[in-house]
Every structure is written in structure tokens, then in C-alpha cells.
Design a protein. Structure first.
Lengths: 197, 554
């Protein structure tokens, strides 16, 4: 099936997904045209290395090509963002073991370390499961803005300046919001008995 | 990546999909809206002109403000137990500030950074209030108990209220979410637990960061970076392990319990004092672990105080403390010793005091006075004596030598065998008595004068207190006497034929009391003898009757 537009304006998500289902390789270029830049920022937040980011982007497109079909994502950009993030994190783990990577992800992890819980004596899967429940319960109770700030900072490792540009607020406001979010999480973890005093 | 980060990544990745989806959509939208827009280039003239205008505008609105921008300035730290008050004026009154000028600072802290010249114009306050632990002096040492939680308030001059995001205290990083309630951008409050070890603990602040637009910058330092907290120690105590007192001397051995090592091990700052009432009478420095006092008053009750000088790391600083208070009394008698030998009784005089000298001793018995050589051991005859010993002692400066006399009674009894042969001894088991036709105990001794004599002679000095005829025991003479230990006894001479004394007579050892017989019905079938019975009035059992050999020598 040919592109239904003149090639200058991006296709809709439905049109792109149809191309995947038709196994038309132009699906990938269409995806790249519409979401390439966005996806690169996700990887760059985590990896801070252009060649690594491009490698992850290629892997993301390959992963998408292999997933659709049978998957039929309702929101393509969310689907792509998750794949890109997971691939970038894998690359981050691989690179971080070898040397320190001064990325936003490192700063974000540092911040999280100060307000979250870890104990080597607790079984890992159990710990992840319990902490995930607590975190989800906490995030659900946040305001829309705070929820957005939390997801941008810690899920996507966006920089403070990126977040404040997206929301149109000052950096000090973003810092303050993040401080209070982390304090609230820490207090909840203490209350649940999960904190190293 | 460490395990903690790995766990956090996994937990973050487990955020509900709904939340991620919703926020990702929003993120994509906002991302596109916030992306920089590429504008078409204008022609050169517009570019040059525009650049010039931009430069002027930048100078006015960007560069100039940078130089006039108020950078937060660190002023110093204070320590308190209670949270700070809300308004600044009250704050300044309540906890004071550690503004210090170079001239006021103790050079003992040279290793710390000095604040720059900017701070020389700062004022110094030294106010105290209920919220202060205690301010020793301008160097602002604070005082706490071991393990106490205190509040350290970090003060800034920050009129633009720039966000202070972190600093290190003793190398440990503190971020904004760790500040206590009540903190604001000019006064950050931190809760800190002081250590357990007594002494001065230093708390040094460094790497104070604030947010300036998009950058994180260092705060300017004007105040002292270090604050001292003095942790109080446990006061030492003392106990006495031995007290040896003489007439005018006292040797007092002590032990000091000082777990925190506040007292110098040489004991140079320790002394002992003796008081009579509130008046200081004598002082001694330690000789090893003993205080040796001389030239004291005899038979006097003193109050002993052991005093040590040390710094307990509390607000009092180095000062003297009384670590023991106890009563001590000097002796009130001369030590005399008696030794019974085959030849008689040996008596020696001695003074249990190193600063006294015996000058004379005498014996008095029934008004007869005999002088003794106090330096030799005397062999005493039997009898009850009053020994008087006179001695001199050094009563100290301003008084000089003093003379004192002490008297003591001693009794020297005759050995029974010197005057009598023993026919029957004291026993409590029962034997057949032909006179009473029954078994009974013999609660006395049967004696006959040596060499076949008939006279009953007194075995002790004493006073005749009773003369009577008993239904069972016949004619009886009772003599009361005092033993060497000062106790009174009564010796009954019974079954006599003749009586030669009356009540009230004072008798000496060897004086005749009567003659032997068998006037006791109980001894009817016995040959003439004297039956003696000893009574101790302090013994309740058996009517106070005890064996004569409990007091007399055989």
C-alpha cells in the first residue's frame, strides 16, 4: 500500500502501524521521520553518547519491526518510548560497568539512592516487588504535575532544564518539586519499614 | 552500577503502564512544543544591526546583573536543642551567630580556613537564651551530653532566596530533603547526633551549593566553617581503701575511678583536706595512693575532702571538684600490749602515732604509784592497775609541742596454780553426786591452797560485794573485778569454813578471804576445799555462770 500523503507531512500512527502489518519496510523510515528525534532524546538522557544512542535507535526499530505484528499498540509513541528506554538501559548497564558515564541517568539514580531502600540481606525479587507496589501507590497519589515531573526525571532521565522548558516553569521550582517528591517517598518507605536510617 | 541502582531501575521500570502511557503522551506533546524553532536567516545588515542591539541589551540585562547579582553568602553555624524561631530578629536574639573577626578568634584553630576580609565588618553577637546549649566565649563552643541529638543551623545572607540544595558536614553530604522543618533559604536546620566520647567534636561545613538559573554554583563563604561541640564527660569518683589513724596522724589510702581520663595520671591536681567544721585544718598531697597527715589533734573528728581539678568538657570548664567527702577520727588512746608468760605478764607501751613521743609512764594501784620506763617492756605483778602515759606531740605551726596524758586500766590476774591446786574442774556433763544422790554438772572449780595451806586467797584485785551463807553452797564470799578487756566479772569463793572479809572491802591478789571447808551441803562428802564460780553478768544463760578458765589462767 502506498503512502496516502505527499511524503512531506508525517503519517498518522494508524497509517504507520498498517505499514508494519503489511511488512512494508517504509514503516521504519516513517517511524524515524515522526519519532526519531524524540526517541534519541530518551536514549541520550541515559547514555550521553551519540554512537550508542544511534545503535539503540536501530535496535529499537528492529525490535518494533519484530513486534508488530502480532502486537498492535494503541499508542505507537508510547510503545516506541518503552522499547527505546529498555534498550538504552541495557546499554547503560553494559557501559556503566566499564566506566563512569556522566549521564542524566546517573544523576537521577544518585537522587533516587538517597530516598529509596536497599538491603543485601533481602531477596531481590521480593524487594523489587514490594518496592514497586509502594512506589506505584505513591505516584498514583501525586498531583498531575508532580507525576509528570517524576516520570520525566526518573523514568526518562530528562534533565531539569528539559523538564522546566516542557512545563514552562523555573528550574528552582522543578528542584523544589523533586525534593518534596523524594521526601514524600522517603517518608512513605520509612513508614512501611523500608529505609536504611 | 551498584545493586541499589539496579533495584531502583527495575522498580522504576515497574511503574504502572497507565501512568507511563499518560505521561509519555503528554511528554511527547510538550517535547515538540518546547523544541527550538529554526528561523530563517535575515540579510547581513539586519544581522549586524541586530547583533549590536543584542550586545547592548545583553550588557544591560545579562552581564551587568551578573556582577550586581546577590550570591548567597554563608555566615556561620549555631547549635541549639530547640528549633529556631520564625522571624530573623528573634532568631538573632535566641541562638546568636558565629560571626567572628580574626582578632577574636583563638589561634588554636589555625588549621581551619579563616573567613575573608569581607567578614571583618560583620558584627559579633554573644547572646544566650533558652534555646542555646551554652556559649563559653566568642569562639562559640557549644556543650552537649554524650549521644545527644542537637540542631545545627546554617545561616546565610541570601536576599534573593536562591535555593541552597546541598552541602557537606564533616564530609557527609546533606541534600535539601534532609533539612528539618522550619528551614528556609537563609537558615537551614540539620539534626545531628553527637558522639559518645567526651571531648571537643568539630563539625566542619563545606561544598555548599545553590541553584542559579540553570547552573549549580558554590555559595560564597564568609563565616567560620567549623563549630565546636563539647561533649560532657562522666565525673570521676574516689573511694577509701584503708584508713589508719593515730593520735595526731592519719594515713588514708584511696582509689580514683576515672573512666574518661579527666584527671592527670600523675595526680598533680589532686589533694586532700581535713576540716573541723568549716575550718580547714590540714592539707596533704598524695604520696603514691596515700594521703599522710601529721600534727592533727588527738581524739578529733575531721571531715576529709579529696579534691581534684579537671575539665569535664561541660560549661564550667576546668575547675576543682570534691570527689569524696567522709568523716575521719584520730585515735584517743595509747596502744598498750600485755603478754602472759611463764615469768608473769609483760606490758609495753606504744603510741600509734608517728609524730608523738612518750615521755613518761606510771602505774597506780590502790594509791601506790610506780614509775615505769616507757621505752622498755615491763614485767607486771598481778593486780589491777591504772596506767598513765604522758607524751608530747607536734601540734603544728604556731602551736608547737604539746603534752598530753592518757590513762587506761589493766588487770593482771594471778594464775590459779600460783595459789591453788585444782581438785575438780568445771564441766557441764553430769556426774554422780553422793550428797544429793543424783547426777549433776559441776559448774565451778574445786581448789585447795598449795602447800597444804588452809587460807583462801583472792585470785584478783577487786571489791567484796557479797558475803553470805547459801543453803546449798555454804559460806560464800563474792569479789567483783574488772578484766583486762574492761569487762566486770564476779568470782564466788564458796564452801568456806571461815570468812575474813566484809562487803565493801577492797582486796588485792593474794589477800586472805577466808579458810577452806565443806560448808556446802552439796560438797558434804568432799574433803575441805574452796569451790569457785565465775559469773559474767552479760551472759543470760545458766544464770551467767561461765568457766573460771574463760578469764583466769590455770
Amino acid at each position: 500500500m502506498a503512502l496516502s500523503n505527499n511524503g512531506r507531512t508525517p503519517l498518522t500512527d494508524e497509517e504507520i502501524i498498517r505499514l508494519y502489518f503489511e511488512r512494508n519496510e517504509s514503516a521504519i523510515s516513517a517511524t524515524d521521520k515522526k519519532y526519531g528525534k524524540y526517541l534519541i532524546t530518551i536514549a541520550y538522557n541515559i547514555l550521553r553518547d551519540k554512537p550508542d544512542c544511534e545503535e539503540c535507535l536501530n535496535d529499537t526499530y528492529l525490535g518494533t519491526w519484530n513486534s508488530i505484528p502480532p502486537k498492535n499498540p494503541s499508542v505507537l509513541r508510547v510503545f516506541l518510548a518503552k522499547i527505546m528506554r529498555n534498550i538504552s538501559l541495557d546499554k547503560f548497564r553494559e557501559r556503566h560497568a566499564a566506566r563512569r558515564v556522566p549521564s542524566e541517568m546517573v544523576s537521577a539514580l544518585e537522587e533516587l539512592r538517597e530516598c529509596t531502600y536497599y538491603s543485601p540481606s533481602v531477596e531481590e525479587e521480593y524487594l523489587v516487588s514490594e518496592l514497586s507496589k509502594i512506589l506505584n501507590s505513591y505516584i498514583s497519589g501525586l498531583s498531575e504535575r508532580r507525576q509528570f515531573i517524576f516520570v520525566c526525571r526518573y523514568y526518562y532521565a530528562d534533565s531539569i532544564s528539559r523538564i522546566c522548558r516542557m512545563l514552562g516553569i523555573s528550574e528552582s521550582t522543578v528542584y523544589r518539586e523533586l525534593s518534596e517528591i523524594r521526601l514524600g517517598l522517603k517518608e512513605l518507605l520509612i513508614k512501611e519499614g523500608y529505609f536504611n536510617e | 552500577m551498584n545493586k541499589h541502582d539496579e533495584i531502583n531501575l527495575r522498580v522504576i521500570s515497574n511503574i504502572d503502564e497507565d501512568i507511563i502511557d499518560k505521561n509519555t503522551e503528554k511528554r511527547v506533546d510538550l517535547f515538540k512544543k518546547s523544541a527550538p524553532i529554526k528561523k530563517p536567516l535575515f540579510n547581513k545588515r539586519w544581522v549586524i544591526g541586530g547583533s549590536a542591539v543584542a550586545a547592548v541589551l545583553a550588557l544591560i540585562f545579562i552581564i551587568l546583573p551578573i556582577f550586581t547579582r546577590q550570591v548567597p553568602v554563608y555566615q556561620g553555624m549555631t547549635v541549639s536543642r530547640a528549633p529556631i524561631v520564625e522571624d530573623e530578629d528573634s532568631l538573632r536574639e535566641s541562638v546568636g551567630f558565629t560571626y567572628l573577626s580574626n582578632t577574636e578568634k583563638d589561634t588554636g584553630r589555625d588549621k581551619h580556613d579563616r573567613h575573608d576580609k569581607e567578614s571583618e565588618s560583620a558584627t559579633t553577637t554573644d547572646t544566650t537564651s533558652e534555646t542555646d546549649i551554652g556559649i563559653k566565649d566568642y569562639n562559640k563552643t557549644y556543650y552537649a551530653k554524650p549521644g545527644e541529638e542537637v540542631l545545627i543551623t546554617v545561616h546565610f545572607d541570601n536576599p534573593e532566596k536562591k535555593e541552597i540544595i546541598s552541602f557537606t558536614l564533616n564530609g557527609e553530604k546533606y541534600s535539601s530533603y534532609m533539612f528539618e522543618e522550619g528551614s528556609d533559604m537563609e537558615h537551614l536546620i540539620l539534626k545531628v547526633k553527637v558522639g559518645e566520647e567526651p571531648g571537643i567534636s568539630e563539625y566542619t561545613i563545606d561544598a555548599i551549593k545553590y541553584v542559579d538559573g540553570t547552573a549549580i554554583k558554590d555559595v560564597r563563604m564568609a563565616g567560620d566553617k567549623t563549630v565546636d561541640i563539647s561533649i560532657a564527660a562522666e565525673h570521676p569518683t574516689a573511694e577509701l581503701t584503708d584508713i589508719s589513724t593515730g593520735f595526731t596522724s592519719a594515713d588514708i589510702t584511696f582509689d580514683i575511678k576515672d573512666d574518661d581520663g579527666l584527671i592527670d595520671s600523675s595526680l598533680a591536681n589532686v589533694r586532700a583536706e581535713l576540716y573541723i567544721g568549716d575550718e580547714l585544718s590540714a592539707t596533704a598531697l598524695p604520696d603514691g595512693s596515700t594521703f599522710k597527715f601529721s600534727k592533727l589533734l588527738p581524739s578529733t573528728e575531721y571531715e576529709l575532702r579529696i579534691i581534684a581539678e579537671y575539665d569535664a568538657f561541660d560549661e564550667a570548664g576546668e575547675k576543682e571538684y570534691v570527689i569524696l567527702q567522709e568523716a575521719v577520727k584520730t585515735a584517743d588512746s595509747v596502744g598498750l600490749s600485755l603478754t602472759y608468760t611463764e615469768d608473769g605478764v609483760l606490758m609495753s607501751t606504744s603510741i600509734n602515732d608517728r609524730s608523738a613521743t612518750i615521755i613518761s609512764a606510771k602505774l597506780e594501784r590502790f594509791g601506790e604509784i610506780t614509775s615505769l620506763d616507757p621505752t622498755t617492756t615491763q614485767l607486771l605483778n598481778y593486780g589491777t592497775y591504772t596506767v598513765t602515759v604522758s607524751y608530747t606531740y607536734d601540734a603544728g605551726e604556731g602551736v608547737g609541742q604539746k603534752t598530753h596524758s592518757v590513762s587506761q586500766s589493766i588487770s593482771v590476774f594471778a594464775k590459779i596454780s600460783d595459789l591453788y591446786d585444782v581438785r575438780k574442774i568445771y564441766f557441764v556433763s553430769h556426774s554422780w553426786n553422793p550428797a544429793t544422790q543424783d547426777y549433776r554438772a559441776h559448774t565451778g572449780m574445786d581448789l585447795v591452797p598449795i602447800d597444804g595451806g588452809i587460807n583462801v586467797l583472792s585470785l584478783t584485785d577487786g571489791e567484796v560485794v557479797e558475803v553470805y551463807t547459801d543453803d546449798w553452797w555454804g559460806k560464800t564470799v563474792a569479789v567483783r573485778f574488772t578484766n583486762v578487756d574492761g569487762k566486770e566479772y564476779t568470782l564466788y569463793y564458796q564452801s568456806l569454813r571461815g570468812i575474813g572479809v566484809k562487803v565493801g572491802d577492797i582486796v588485792k591478789v593474794g589477800d586472805k578471804l577466808g579458810t577452806i571447808g565443806n560448808s556446802a551441803i552439796i560438797d558434804f562428802y568432799s574433803a575441805d576445799h574452796v569451790h569457785i564460780v565465775l559469773k559474767d553478768a552479760t551472759v543470760a544463760a545458766n544464770d551467767g555462770i561461765i568457766s573460771p578458765l574463760a578469764v583466769l589462767k590455770r
